[in-house]
Design a protein around this ligand. Sequence first.
Ligand code: ZN
Length: 147
Amino acid sequence: MSDLRELYQQVILDHNKNPRNFRELPDATTKVEGFNPLCGDHYTVFLKIDGDVIRDVSFIGSGCAISKASASVMSATVKGKTRQEAEVLFDTFHKLVTGETHVSDDLGRFAPFAGVAEFPTRVKCAILAWHTLRSALEGEKQAVSTE
Ligand code: ZN
């Protein structure tokens, strides 16, 4: 298990160092800011929505490694998905980082975040980008705060 843990940590560090979709989206149809005052994480999530499909997603901002890696994975995971699929992914990720479910093979790229469940203060870091995504999908314009 410790080897696996190390591997997962590397995945998070890699996403933190080379975040996917880390840019502004000039033709975004919506963008929402998200804050986690507890840790100082602050991101803006950009979405390009076409009907029911998330055509493109990106983010900018700064924060701890977990928050940035989570935003990176979120952006890579929901791109090309429908609103409903994104909602299911939100639930899956949320349950994993709050310890409601445990790692299984089908969790795929969410698996590295399973360890977050052991650190309740980091759950907000991990879930920030997802909450921001959800608000954007719901058409909210106001900034999201985890507090
Ligand atoms: Zn954080």
